[in-house]
Design a binder for this molecule. Structure first.
Ligand code: CA
Length: 385
């Protein structure tokens, strides 16, 4: 006889999605009417794609009081979208704007994820005639909802993906120059990407092998727990994509390194020393080229009095005293960490200094740059998601 376990399956309500009318540019002829039409098209497309409980702007307006209604007009900032989503318990908001561009009309749509307090996907559609609008808006909405579905399928932020452990970083305001830059919540890898982690992407066919011919200090399989180095910015980007993540923006890297505190270095304000950082100590000259060595000597970039125990990279997490408040390791020293954003043409921002650099480069706000095509033993990365 079969013992049957009875289970009551409660159909989960589909996640709520709000579709706001795009904001019409002031110089767009018939803008308000067109924005309303496009908003309706986007709402219809979202219903057609399915999987979400769709609220249109007109549904919302009838649900909201006058004051909230007034705030809704022109709502496109994260804080405003978050408030609206919160108000009706929606996970996602599609919003955007529509502008003329020469003889064409451009529709920008973006998908805001309340859980990430950030836009997670953006589309841009150019229309030469308005008859193209229903198909084009439908395609844009389908792509936004694809991103919404993958956000729902993702594990919570602070989890392991392909052996990479992610740590949540709360939303914060980062002081830069004389202003505060809002940085939405995200998650960042606890360590620099290791050789072993990178290798899993190579095996999967999603990453290419680093060019280890550039230096004897490039890490191979015998250094599985060392940071992967000697790769281009594109290779780093591809690895982060493989994880479903991306490279950090410079402001994100800094916010993560601060870990919610107002500090000069990841661990605090005490100057770097051999217990906190793998930097250019007395072992460092042995891994510099002759040319580098003369430049380093000339600039006094070598701390001959210190011994951190490593000439080139160290296994990640070897300097516990240098951890930050979130438990992130090796933010300073070991390898430089490439970021997503440009420093100038053909170069990307990087942070944190490396085994061949000195204390001033270990400051959280110190910025260096790397050519996107360069592969250097000094440079590695970690991902965010
Ligand atoms: Ca580092």
């Amino acid at each position: 006889m079969l013992a049957l376990a009875l289970a009551f399956v409660v159909a989960a309500e589909p996640p709520r999605l709000i579709v706001l009318n795009p904001v019409a540019a002031a110089d767009l002829a018939g803008g308000i009417e067109l924005a309303r039409t496009l908003g309706e098209m986007a709402g219809t497309a979202a219903v057609d794609v399915g999987g979400f409980a769709v609220l249109s702007e007109s549904d919302l307006k009838s649900a909201l009081d006058f004051e909230a209604n007034r705030q809704l007009m022109g709502c496109s900032e994260g804080s405003c979208l978050a408030e609206i989503a919160e108000g009706v318990d929606a996970r996602f908001v599609i919003s955007g704007r529509v502008s003329p561009l020469g003889t064409t009309t451009v529709i920008y749509l973006s998908l805001f994820d309340r859980d990430k307090t950030a836009a997670v996907k953006k589309t841009q559609t150019v229309l030469s005639t308005l008859s193209q609008a229903p198909a084009a808006v439908g395609e844009a909405v389908a792509s936004l909802l694809g991103a919404a579905r993958s956000a729902l399928a993702n594990k919570p932020l602070g989890t392991k993906v392909a052996g990479v452990e992610f740590v949540d970083v709360a939303a914060s305001n980062l002081p830069m120059d004389d202003r505060l830059v809002p940085v939405p919540a995200f998650a960042i890898a606890r360590t620099e990407t290791t050789v072993e982690q990178y290798q899993s992407c190579v095996k999967a066919g999603a990453c290419t092998v680093p060019d280890r011919s550039v230096s004897p200090s490039c890490n191979g399989a015998d250094k599985a727990q060392h940071p992967v180095n000697c790769l281009t910015w594109m290779q780093a980007r591809d690895f982060c994509r493989f994880l479903g993540g991306r490279l950090p923006e410079s402001v994100e890297w800094r916010a993560a390194a601060r870990g919610g505190r107002n500090v000069t270095y990841p661990w605090g304000d005490a100057p770097p020393d051999r217990t906190r950082v793998n930097y250019c100590d007395k072992n460092c000259p042995s891994v510099l080229t002759t040319q580098e060595l003369s430049i380093w000597r000339e600039n006094r970039w070598i701390d001959d009095g210190a011994d951190d125990g490593f000439a080139a990279t160290a296994p990640v997490g070897s300097f516990g005293a240098g951890n930050n408040a979130l438990g992130l390791v090796d933010l300073a020293g070991n390898v430089y960490e490439m970021c997503a954003n440009d420093q100038d043409v053909g170069t990307k921002v990087m942070h944190g200094g490396s085994y061949a650099f000195t204390p001033p480069w270990m400051r959280i706000d110190a910025v260096n740059r790397t050519r996107v095509t360069a592969a250097s033993p000094f440079v590695g990365f970690r991902c965010v998601r």
